[in-house]
Structure formats: C-alpha cells, structure tokens
Design a protein around this ligand. Structure first.
Ligand code: SAM
Length: 239
C-alpha cells in the first residue's frame, strides 16, 4: 500500500528530517556515540565513498568537472569531491540533511585556509527531490538512495538521473540476492525502533536493464560488504 499515491516519499522526507536525521548524522559523522552496528555501517559507507572517489579520480582530474550529488545526505561525498576541485551541485529531499551538509562543508573546506587561490569551490546545496533535478552535469552520483525506491519507481529514477548526466552515472544500491533478501526478512521480523522506513533491495539485472533502456551501459562494478552494510556500486556510461 505504501507504493500508492507517492506516500513513500513523504514518509522518507519526514524520517530524514527527524529520527532518520539524528541516526544518520551520527553514523556518517565521527563521534564515539555509536553502537557496534552503527559503527560497522559507518565503516562500510566510508568504503563506498572511498571507492567512488577512486573510480572518479583514476579517470582523470576532477578540477572543474561538474558533479551532481543526488540525495547528498550530510555531504560525505560532496565534500571530498569539492576538495578535488569538482564543481558540485548537491541536493537532498531533507532540509535537515542539506543544512548539516552545508555546515560541514563550510567547516571542512574553509577551516584555517587563508590562501584563496587554493580554496575549493563551495558545493551548491539545495533541498530538492531527485525527480525535480534538472540541468546537465558531467557526472551524476547517487549513493545509497535507491534503498528508498521500490523497483517500480527505480526505473524512472534511473532514467531521470541518466538524462542529467553527460559522461558518467554512478549508483550504489543494496543488492537483492537470496542471502541478503533472507537477512532483510529476518530483520523485518524484529524491527528495531529506528527502522522507520521500508528498505528496498534491487537485483543488479533490474538496474542494468533500466540503464540499458535509458541508453546507458555498465562500465565498472564493485561490491562493498561489511557485517551489516552491503552496497553494489556501478559506474555507467552512454552506450
Ligand atoms: N548519499 C548520501 C551518502 O551516501 O552519504 C546519503 C545516503 S542516505 C542513506 C539517503 C539519503 O537520500 C537521505 O539523505 C535522504 O534524505 C535522501 N533521499 C531519499 N529519497 C530521496 C529523494 N526522492 N530525493 C532526494 N533525496 C532523497
């Protein structure tokens, strides 16, 4: 029933402006007040960010390259991208997330730096859902957001992101395999207090099909897995 009438999106927005914001700000931060599971997720997610930075920088300098970070959260990727000289457009459906990302970028990018010639460009942060993003970017990245999209909406989301990208589209998603599906089902039998939104796994074949339909093909694939964090990472290019 949550797929009817776009109700899912409102639930997700509400969650990431409130409880979800508090939970994920901690996980994506560097403070000690996290439990073992949260610490493990922090580690897994930071590996995803590292992998994306590696994928991007090994193809050439990011200096002056336009990047759209769709669903930017607290700016875990936007900030390192800006440090590499990318011109970043970062957006998220949650105003709380965007405000936090802005604050962290301000602190991390300009703290103690006097030499303006070396100053990175401050990312342009906006409160926007993916569907209302427009413009053209060299590279579009969307990390760990598809988990909030049922497969029926993921195709449209992928097609829209591809339409914004000129050269590269990088996506990460929780892979739907027999084992992870089972883990997730077990998890659903014992829902913790912070599990306020539904999580959707995606089969790699479904993602690949959606990319093909949009005229894109997969160039690189990666898998990041810790005990409690699983992400398939994909770089796609125009076919
Ligand atoms: N991409 C960031 C990262 O990897 O650090 C954040 C990942 S976090 C798990 C998911 C983010 O997606 C949240 O900040 C949430 O507000 C955002 N989000 C969920 N649905 C969205 C939508 N339809 N449009 C834009 N952002 C969305």
């Amino acid at each position: 029933a949550e797929e009817v009438g776009g109700g899912d999106k409102e639930v997700v927005r509400e969650y990431f402006n409130n409880n979800g914001f508090q939970r994920w700000k901690k996980i994506y931060g560097d403070t000690d007040d996290v439990n073992k599971v949260q610490l493990d997720i922090r580690l897994g997610h930071s590996k995803t960010v590292e992998n994306v930075m590696k994928m991007l920088t090994e193809e050439g300098s990011l200096q002056g390259v336009t990047v759209c970070d769709a669903g930017c959260g607290t700016g875990c990727l936007s900030i390192p991208l800006a440090k590499e000289g990318a011109i970043v457009s970062a957006s998220d459906i949650s105003a709380s997330m965007v405000a936090e990302a802005q604050k962290q970028a301000q602190e991390e990018l300009f703290k103690g730096k006097n030499d303006q010639s070396l100053a990175p460009v401050m990312p342009k942060f906006e409160v926007k859902d993916l569907e209302s993003l427009d413009g053209k970017y060299d590279t579009v990245v969307c990390l760990d957001v598809m988990i909030h999209y049922p497969q029926s909406k993921a195709d449209g989301m992928i097609a829209h992101l591809a339409s914004l990208a000129e050269n590269r589209l990088i996506l990460s998603f929780a892979p739907k395999t027999f084992y992870y599906d089972l883990l997730k089902r077990i998890g659903e039998l014992f829902p913790g207090p912070s599990k306020a939104t539904r999580a959707y796994l995606h089969a790699e074949a479904d993602v690949e099909r959606a990319l093909q339909k949009a005229g894109w093909k997969i160039k690189k694939r990666g898998l990041i897995a810790t005990q409690f964090y699983f992400a398939k990472l994909i770089e796609a290019v125009p076919a």
